[in-house]
Ligand binder design. Structure first.
Ligand code: ZN
Length: 388
């Protein structure tokens, strides 16, 4: 790994200011004065921007610049390794998907929100910490009471994914009898909806936002068609107490959770159909050490982790063999790439196989679809062999 010297670190910090400052600017109704972090980033950029491009004279010109690929205008020393410089910071007047991912997956995870960020951006960090606190509590509980902790974890995670809009009474009814997670803690991951507003939802990517009459999802490159006629796009009518999942939780839990639960349901259908061969499908075993554990009638155990990361090069850096201690042991292990990622990037699996250096050949890299085919093939083998 290349260790950056102090000056370089400071420069990527300026890039962070631009990302956070842009978010602050876009999120507020009043545009003046401009957010401090944005001004700070802009001034630093004005001094060091590539000489081939004149620095914009107006704010609108600057916003247009932020829509262009970062590599075209930003000094290389500013750009953090984790940001793909083929993308801009903004996209059609909103924070771009790449910038949003960087904010949620790099800055928030590292606790990298500067002290002088606006309350709104700080709130993102606080919401993220609230979610992590619940997980930590369950991990502690897992040491003494694994069954109860696992049960509450399952309930909690699936609830967030499946109920991106909910109500206080629904939360109360679901979590009332829990030992470790309180209804208040779950409630804090949601925000109140505004009276007389129309809200929207997509079965494939979750809560949608409306801008200039157009519906937009959280990751437009993986789920981009939200025309109101699509049968997976719904209107959610406001009623008293309506709550909506907060942005950070949507990004971290709900969006990747949708393909996880879909694959789980597809495998549950196979289990119901062939209970003599596929005995059990466990969701999020060991508090999500991986996503699914399959138990077959010959005693074989398969471990599956679903990945929903758009860029195979980015995913490759984080792939390691799945955890296999104790009850999490397995005979075969799989990384199943969501169908939407593969549809978006046809050579995805080949690129991933070459780039995932820390992964031994023992872990299979497959699409969601081919994983289901493999399970079906295994069941067919049992049927032919007559072993139950
Ligand atoms: Zn969608």
């Amino acid at each position: 790994m290349v260790t950056k010297n102090k000056t370089e670190q400071n420069k990527t910090e300026l890039f962070d200011y631009l990302v956070i400052g842009s978010k602050e600017y876009l999120d507020r109704d009043k545009k003046y004065p401009y957010p401090d972090l944005l001004c700070h980033g802009m001034n630093a950029l004005a001094l060091e921007m590539k000489k081939s491009i004149p620095f914009p004279k107006t704010m609108n010109g600057f916003l247009d610049l932020l829509e262009k690929p970062v590599k075209d205008w930003c000094p290389i020393s500013f750009i953090p390794q984790e940001f793909d410089s083929d993308f801009g910071l903004m996209d059609e007047g909103s924070l771009s998907e790449e910038a949003n991912d960087y904010l949620a997956e790099v800055l928030l995870k590292k606790g990298g929100i500067p002290e002088y960020a606006s309350p709104l951006v700080k709130q993102l960090g606080i919401d993220n910490a609230k979610f992590t606190k619940i997980l930590d509590k369950l991990r502690d509980a897992y040491n003494n009471n694994p069954e109860q902790a696992q049960q509450e974890y399952l309930l909690f995670r699936s609830f967030l994914i499946q109920n991106q809009y909910t109500s206080p009474s629904e939360i109360r009814n679901t979590f009332l009898r829990n030992k470790y997670i309180s209804t208040e803690e779950v409630g804090e991951l949601y925000e109140e909806c505004q009276e007389n507003q129309t809200y929207w939802y997509c079965d494939r990517c979750g809560v949608l936002t409306e801008k200039y009459g157009r519906l937009k999802g959280i990751k437009p490159r993986l789920c981009g068609n939200h025309h109101q006629n699509q049968d997976y796009v719904y209107q959610v009518k406001w009623e008293r107490g309506l709550l909506r999942i907060k942005d950070g939780i949507h990004q971290r839990v709900c969006f990747p959770g949708i393909p996880e639960l879909n694959l789980y349901s597809a495998l549950e259908v196979l289990k119901e159909k062939y209970p003599g061969y596929l005995h059990q499908v466990k969701l999020y075993p060991g508090l999500d050490r991986y996503d699914l554990q399959l138990h077959f009638s010959d005693g074989a155990v398969w471990a599956i982790d679903i990945k929903d990361v758009r860029d195979p090069y980015k995913l490759a850096k984080n792939l390691k063999p799945l955890y296999r201690e104790g009850s999490l042991r397995y005979d075969e292990s799989f990384y199943a790439i969501s169908d939407r990622c593969i549809a978006n990037y046809p050579d995805y699996l080949e690129i991933l196989r070459k780039a995932a250096k820390e992964l031994s050949n023992a872990t299979h890299l497959v699409s969601e679809n081919s994983l289901i085919t493999r399970v079906n093939e295994k069941i067919t083998e049992f049927q032919k062999g007559g072993t139950v």
